[in-house]
Design a protein around this ligand. Structure first.
Ligand SMILES: [Zn+2]
Length: 353
């Protein structure tokens, strides 16, 4: 087993990225541009802020101190979003993209000298939503970064980032956290998590599973209301799978589909979860297949066995079509009726005459 770095102790797992970044900071070789890539809730915001703090930490040259120290004035202000030299750019509410105008203002600021710290840090959230023009405007500073300026791009995926931008930033990919490590980390660092794990271990187990290896998602689910919603969603999807698995009569399948949320956004979430469950069942026979909805591949295989591979394919198509329809503003009752019909027609449920 490898030794864990003590730097970036606030970040769960992700040892290689933590080690590499800490080494770069201690040797004053932090790249001027980082691209932190990871799904929503995977911890890239926290890591960006931690790197910003470490880079400006008053104790970063001390051999005996982990970075960021978290107690010097720089660390404290950066970590509480109160430092004039750490700035964040994100999408303005209601907008789908970050435009070239916003980027130019941000860029102008980079050429002003730092207020207090040695390094000025610019964090760009949703970097994949920068328009190509905005990315080109950014490219100029990536090619010749002003002294002491560091740019952290945060993105869910690198697909929409221009290759010219990508090639000038060092990629740090947030890794999914194994369930056991996520549970331990939460219990050790969040008091509510520790309480829940003691009071209702089963519920805490579900929370960890629902988090899909993402620390931010796990923290959201510590809110009892959010967890209840997610539990309800899980129950609805489980009922639906049960109706398919047992080849329940059409009326029962109809009832199970009708228990899906009737509002568009939660409906999409539930359909996505159903799709994940169906995919689990489709891939569970392959070696090394991890599951996201089911506890493990045996559980997924047990459910899949009764439904059959061909029907699972048809069901997957039906759910994908329903998700598409939800995005196209098809009326929800129509969409649910279609979904029920297509699942039934896939052969798993008899239409009663
Ligand atoms: Zn510090």
């Amino acid at each position: 087993m490898t030794m864990k770095t003590r730097d970036f102790a606030a970040i769960c797992e992700n040892e290689p990225a933590k080690e590499r970044t800490a080494h770069a900071i201690r040797t004053s070789t932090l790249p001027h541009a980082l691209l932190l890539c990871g799904l929503k809730g995977s911890g890239k915001h926290s890591f960006a802020l931690q790197i910003a703090a470490a880079q400006n930490c008053e104790n970063r040259n001390s051999e005996n101190t982990a970075i960021p120290c978290g107690i010097c004035s720089c660390c404290r202000r950066i970590l509480s979003h109160n430092h004039p030299d750490v700035k964040t750019l994100g999408k303005t509410s209601g907008k789908a993209t970050i435009g070239v105008g916003e980027l130019r203002l941000f860029r102008e600021d980079m050429f002003l000298s730092a207020t207090e710290a040695d390094s000025k840090i610019y964090i760009i959230e949703d970097a994949e939503d920068m328009t190509p023009q905005a990315q080109n405007a950014l490219l100029k500073v990536l090619e010749e970064p002003p002294r002491g300026v560091y740019i952290f791009l945060l993105a869910e995926s690198t697909d929409k980032i221009l290759s010219t931008v990508r090639s000038r930033a060092q990629l740090l990919r947030m890794q999914p956290i194994p369930d056991a490590a996520l549970g331990e980390w939460l219990k050790a660092s969040v008091p509510e998590a520790k309480r829940m794990a003691l009071a209702s271990p089963d519920r805490f187990g579900s929370l960890i599973r629902f988090s899909e290896g993402r620390i931010g998602r796990a923290k959201e689910l510590l809110d009892p209301k959010t967890l209840e919603l997610r539990e309800a969603e899980n129950a609805v999807v489980s009922d639906l799978i049960e109706a398919m698995r047992t080849r329940a009569p059409y009326t029962e399948l109809y009832r199970a589909v009708q228990s899906l949320p009737q509002k568009r956004e939660p409906l999409c979430d539930a359909l996505e979860l159903l799709l994940i469950a169906v995919r689990d069942m489709i891939v569970c026979t392959r070696a090394e297949a991890g599951t996201l909805f089911f506890r493990d591949s045996e559980e997924a295989a047990a459910a899949a066995g009764r439904i059959g591979e061909r029907r699972l394919g048809a069901i997957s198509d039906a759910v994908s079509a329903a998700l598409d329809d939800a995005g196209k503003y098809v009326m929800i009752p129509t969409l649910l009726a279609d979904l029920t019909y297509r699942i039934a027609a896939s052969g798993s449920n008899q239409i009663e005459r």
